[in-house]
Design a protein around this ligand. Structure first.
Ligand code: GDP
Length: 296
């Protein structure tokens, strides 16, 4: 990972997954189409996308090389995603752009909220963080520590207090201080999914009380290393609370970038940011062409 310049570079592990796939092609006398398809699916590209790639290669009607696989995969993957989403922008009326960060526990939600805060701060914006994951006491402390380290104010509530009230208080402060961005780290207890969705609805309504256009951006955090679970989480959250985009984390580990394409292909939710490590700088805005090149 290129820490010095704070740009992302997916570790050889992930890129290596695809390389291995392509090398297999070159080293085989005859292409095992089923194996190729299974490997694409294993890279989290999903059955539909993988079959499409294999069919197109098959239809070339000649011996295929690793380059053919890369070219066809690149074309297909680039074709799936729309243009890159613009970076979140401050608003002109003195009220903050409110970003809700949602997702199930363990995906990297709290870390990503802090990283996003720093990403915006590094671009000259003022930011407030709201620690609305009040059910996980450690999450509040964790966000507070991040805030101290990054020099970003964190609004907290009492343990077990209503997450909506924390968001309301943070929104009030952000408006009073003319802060450009408010990032709300919400709760993600997986065992009470219904309550979680209800709670997100309540947070949205509470935020809208002080600004009926808010929240402006709802980002779902998914852990790329969880494959189809990430897709299922996206489906479930999207049903309950409209999602504007994704933060895809853990692309530095066993996470395979294919999930970015599968989720867009099935749900039309665009990747906005990616996490490539535990450090604050290991976070970038999602750029399609660059991502495709890194993956391949
Ligand atoms: P939350 O429960 O969703 O709020 O998750 P946390 O933010 O506490 O993150 C869970 C774990 O994942 C922590 O150990 C983080 O350091 C780690 N983590 C978060 N994002 C990334 C990432 O992009 N890469 C890696 N390797 N670890 C990450």
């Amino acid at each position: 990972l290129d820490r010095a310049t704070a740009t992302f570079s997916l570790t050889p592990l992930m890129a290596g997954f695809f390389k291995k796939l392509f090398n297999q092609i070159t080293n085989q006398a005859e292409v095992d189409w089923d194996e190729l398809e299974a490997n694409l699916i294993a890279a989290d590209l999903g059955a539909k996308l993988s079959t499409g790639i294999v069919d197109e290669l098959y239809d070339l009607g000649r011996e295929i090389s690793a380059k053919d696989v890369v070219d066809v995969t690149r074309k297909r993957l680039s074709g799936i995603l729309p243009e890159d989403s613009p970076a979140p922008a401050p608003r002109a009326n003195g009220k903050p752009t409110v970003i809700l960060v949602v997702g199930v526990n363990g995906t990297g939600k709290t870390t990503s909220s802090a990283k996003l805060g720093m990403w915006l701060k590094n671009r000259g914006h003022s930011v407030t963080l709201a620690a609305a994951d009040t059910f996980r006491a450690a999450a509040v402390e964790q966000l507070q520590r991040w805030g101290d380290r990054l020099g970003i104010p964190v609004v907290t509530g009492k343990p077990n207090s209503d997450p909506s009230s924390v968001c309301f208080k943070a929104h009030e402060q952000a408006i009073a201080n003319q802060t450009e961005f408010l990032i709300c780290d919400t709760a993600g207890r997986i065992h009470t999914r219904h309550n979680l969705m209800e709670e997100l609805g309540k947070i949205r309504r509470t935020i809208a009380k002080q600004d009926d256009s808010a929240p402006h951006l709802t980002l779902l955090v998914v852990d790329a290393s969880t494959g189809s679970n990430a897709l299922n989480q996206a489906k479930e959250f999207h049903k309950a609370s409209p999602l504007d985009g994704l933060i895809i984390t853990k692309l530095d580990g066993s996470g395979k970038g294919g999930i970015a394409f599968t989720i867009y292909d099935q749900l039309k939710i665009t990747p906005h940011f990616i996490g490539t490590g535990e450090e604050p700088a290991e976070f970038s805005i999602f750029e399609k062409e660059r991502f495709v090149s890194e993956v391949l």
